[in-house]
Design a protein around this ligand. Sequence first.
Ligand code: UDX
Length: 476
Amino acid sequence: MEEPQTTSPHVLLFPVPAQGHINVMLKFAELLSLSSIRVTFLTTEHSYRQLTLHSDVLPRFSLFPSFQFRTISDGLPLSHPRIFAHHLTEMLHSFVSVTKPLFRDMLLSPHFSSDLTCLILDGFFSYLLDIDDDFVKVPTFCFRTSGACSTWTILSIPNLIKQGQLPIKGEDDMDRILDNVPGMENLLRCRDLPGFCRATDPNNDPILQFIMSTFIRSTKFSALIMNTFEDLEGPILSNIRTLCPNLYSIGPLHALLKTKLTHETESLNNLWEVDRSCLTWLGNQAAGSVIYVSFGSITVMGNRELMEFWHGLVNSGRSFLWVIRPDLLKGENGEIEIPAELEEGTKQRGYMVGWTPQEKVLCHEAVGGFLTHSGWNSTLESIVAGKPMICWPYGFDQLVNSRFVSNVWNLGLDMKDLCDRETVAKMVNDVMVNRKEEFVRSATEIANLARQSVNPGGSSYANFDRLIEDIKILSR
Ligand code: UDX
């Protein structure tokens, strides 16, 4: 791959090689490219292969002659399945032992770094650099793919430990309110904290300590870029600014990209093959009649949970479009057979696919609600589409996101820690029928605010322009 020849600012982006991170950081790369910034998008050999196989990134980015992909090894053989839910520790180990030194060598190479203006590193990759590293000669910005609510929660954990509010003392303690997180008074319960906070000895738990340190480290970089908007998370953003004042809230990025593009495009950044037949199926359904079900790119579930969802969806009597990724079922990889007792209900009202064009699906008029794992991208996509949600958070940031969806933004219901067919059927009917008006009203209001934020005069639109100006100033 040849180095670009122009003299405009040159930015290196490095996302964690997972769908939810690559998707949004490629949209960000597209936005930077549209603003005449030269972008080098660094990704692992494996995710580059998946992206070029299943998405339109190569033709789309060929429109920007100064954009380039660059690959780096994640230390695992290409045939490794890389399922985050199963191989997280192995992958983290490999990133530290293989990717970190390769990345440092790359930054040290004068050929690469001589014209670099700044580095924009995924917040979860902040451990690839050490804060006192002085070989990085350019400012480093941190890009957070998760929302402000979960970011602030994790940044508050050291205080919760200091105040003796953690550890959580067993199942009976789960509904205790954590009063001392500024901006979240009377809201956050122990059960809303990310799963790793359920550790019994927080001061000595390696995963909790590791995650906390990467979050704290990421506030020490030159700037923090967040995929959220002021009207959604303004008060929480103000708290984060006490630790990292140079913060650009520029989301929802997929909607900002739509504003900035002069032509209609889909910007597919998939690591899986998209099945578009679901759009034809949706085209034959009545307006607002379908519940869309997707648990994102990382969630896995056991057969018991799969069956509870399946029975609940069929018993709800509503039509459903369900994404069953090939690796959704724990320990399985392949076709899932329809149980005999669910065959008729599934055939009459259900449609299952391996991967959808989700943004398009959510905006489809047939979709009336979204049963989601509350990943941050899915949450923002649902917000922009104005669709109410039922949240079944799987882990990480999702447990905080679902609490905000239900108890702050009134956009739907939080199923957290429950997974039984009665609850699924009841919540589907509450969101799609019984409380539909209430949720659609808030969803429409927040969707309007989201759209305003990414249009000229809106906060995210202005913050993105400020970011571009600041990058340009750095290159002078
Ligand atoms: C996880 C975290 O939960 C998330 O908050 C973090 O920011 C990234 O890592 P993930 O499980 O991938 O994310 O969920 P989510 O953030 O919702 O991202 C999934 C992406 O895949 C979304 O952009 C969604 O549109 C896309 N998708 C999902 C599809 O395009 N088709 C599908 O069928 C399912």
